[in-house]
Write a protein that binds this ligand. Structure first.
Ligand code: IPD
Ligand code: CA
Ligand code: CA
Length: 304
């Protein structure tokens, strides 16, 4: 790693370094409240089912972020999971895609795997991102110049000269697959996939914290990640951080313009970044087994 040498930024400029700096400050403003609440008996309610929880802290955190970001950029659109949407919907050049707590179930159960996720897009292109781990107090971020862990740039110069790492017996995989919904949808194929992955990889972990999993792949702390059935706010920030760290992020499946337009008109939670499946690799990593399973599961779902 090398020290970040990016220059000082002015708070309200519409360049990616400024957007990153403002997003970091917004995320850090939520840290004291989340740390104070964590493991303090957080009360939750079911959002869609017992695996999908929401708390007052999700809403309070989103309010802090919306106030901060819209105050810094009054012309921007804010798209948050907990239903905060600013008025300029669709018209603004700058859009914030925010998951105030990604990994709420972990937050509720006292498992320190959750994060605040903020992505900035300009004309629907990702330009800056922050994934903030408020318990470890680690800020993963990215702008047009690269990706960072706290103030330190993730340097991938060494990786370029290394041979491709494709032997899955030495790689670690993070995935939430199969969720209860995936088991219901994919049946025995879901368990076959999980069994094969657990057998093939050196380690498989199911963190149920997509933003943080992607940040860890970007950091080189894990190697491969994939996910199904995710929303744009789960993956937007982490995807950009992986890409800017020199890794690979791919949306997979039937995300053509037509089907997306149709799904957006039917469901407020669908964003142009939404796709049926996503796949991420750390720099210099390849994983044929993971890609094969994503393809097989998508084909299975298409056959209905
Ligand atoms: C969840 C996380 C998790 C994913 C779930 C999401 P939430 O977000 O992103 O990794 O597997 O589908 O719902 O509900 O904790 O913000
Ligand atoms: Ca989420
Ligand atoms: Ca959330």
């Amino acid at each position: 790693m090398t020290q970040d040498s990016s220059s000082a930024v002015s708070p309200n400029a519409l360049d990616s370094a400024s957007l990153r700096a403002v997003a970091i400050a917004a995320a850090q403003a939520t840290g004291p409240g989340l740390r104070a609440a964590f493991r303090g008996g957080v009360t939750s309610r079911e959002k869609t089912n017992a695996h999908d929880l929401v708390t007052d802290f999700d809403e309070d955190t989103e309010r802090i972020l919306a106030d901060y970001l819209l105050n810094a950029y009054p012309e921007s659109t804010f798209w948050g999971e907990e239903d905060t949407q600013s008025d300029s919907a669709g018209g603004a050049e700058l859009e914030w895609i925010v998951d105030p707590i990604d990994g709420t179930s972990n937050f509720v159960h006292g498992i320190a795997l959750f994060s605040v996720s903020i992505a900035a897009t300009i004309n629907q292109e990702l330009v800056a991102a922050v994934v903030y781990d408020p318990i470890a107090e680690i800020v993963f971020s990215a702008d047009e110049f690269g990706a960072y862990i706290n103030d330190t740039k993730i340097s991938r110069e060494d990786d370029a000269s290394q041979p491709l790492r494709s032997d899955e017996r030495s790689l670690s995989l993070l995935t939430d697959y199969p969720s209860a919904e995936a088991i219901a949808e994919d049946g025995p194929l879901a368990l076959e996939a999980f069994g094969d992955l657990v057998t093939t990889f050196a380690t498989v972990r199911r963190p149920v914290s997509s933003a943080q999993s992607l940040a860890h792949v970007a950091a080189g702390w894990s190697d491969v990640w994939f996910g199904f059935g995710l929303k744009a706010w789960d993956i937007a920030a982490g995807a950009f951080i992986v890409q800017q760290a020199g890794g690979h992020f791919e949306a997979i499946g039937d995300a053509t313009a037509d089907t997306l337009a149709q799904r957006i008109s039917e469901d407020d939670d669908v964003h142009p970044l939404t796709a049926p499946a996503y796949f991420a690799l750390g720099p210099g990593v390849e994983s044929e087994t993971t890609y094969g399973w994503i393809t097989r599961i998508l084909e299975h779902r298409q056959r209905g």
